[in-house]
Ligand binder design. Structure first.
Ligand code: ADP
Length: 156
């Protein structure tokens, strides 16, 4: 019955973690904090096709903000404005989750409306140095919805 499909879909949803559906770091389109907003940079951003772009300082592991591409709509590329000016002005909240957060919990977080993109991280505790975070990837509402739809399709 339909009810059974919905229930089994929901149960699976609880067993899938964000790390299973995220976009891994190697595939994430990011920009360095010290980028100049030149014509070439804006072309690169537009060609990426993404609406949110993590911005890092020094290392890709060190994300300091999220650029919303729509924030660039009024930028005059003649000024080569530093990206950090735009980033600091809008200062969208950075939202991080641990890799083992399940999709039902993640969906609830996204529904609270903080942001529709989260950084996925893991704690590395090697017993030698202080524990630190490793950035694994990004997850968006789209990744969750896709999984939900997939679960329903597979149940048909
Ligand atoms: P967009 O609005 O940019 O298309 P979505 O939230 O619809 O982004 O997500 C679509 C897919 O793209 C998801 O799998 C998401 O993880 C991935 N994604 C989103 N932003 C980026 C980015 N900057 N780099 C790489 N992948 C991304």
């Amino acid at each position: 019955a339909d009810e059974m499909n919905i229930i089994s879909g929901a149960l699976k949803f609880k067993n899938i973690r964000v790390v299973d559906v995220m976009t891994p770091m190697d595939d994430v389109f990011m920009l360095p904090y010290d980028t100049a907003l030149s014509f070439d940079t804006l072309t690169l951003i537009n060609n990426s096709g993404y609406s949110r772009i993590p911005v890092f300082e020094n290392e890709r592991d060190n994300v300091v903000g999220i650029l919303h591409v729509k924030d660039l709509s009024l930028i005059d590329t003649d000024h080569n404005l530093p990206l950090k000016v735009v980033l600091d002005f809008y200062s969208h909240p950075l939202f991080s989750v641990f890799e083992d957060v399940t999709l039902d919990v993640m969906l609830d977080e996204f529904k609270k409306g903080k942001s529709h993109m989260a950084l996925v991280r893991r704690v590395i505790d090697n017993g030698i140095t202080d524990p630190f975070y490793e950035l694994l990837g990004v997850v968006t509402l789209e990744d969750i919805i896709e999984e939900l739809i997939q679960a329903e399709i597979n149940d048909e």
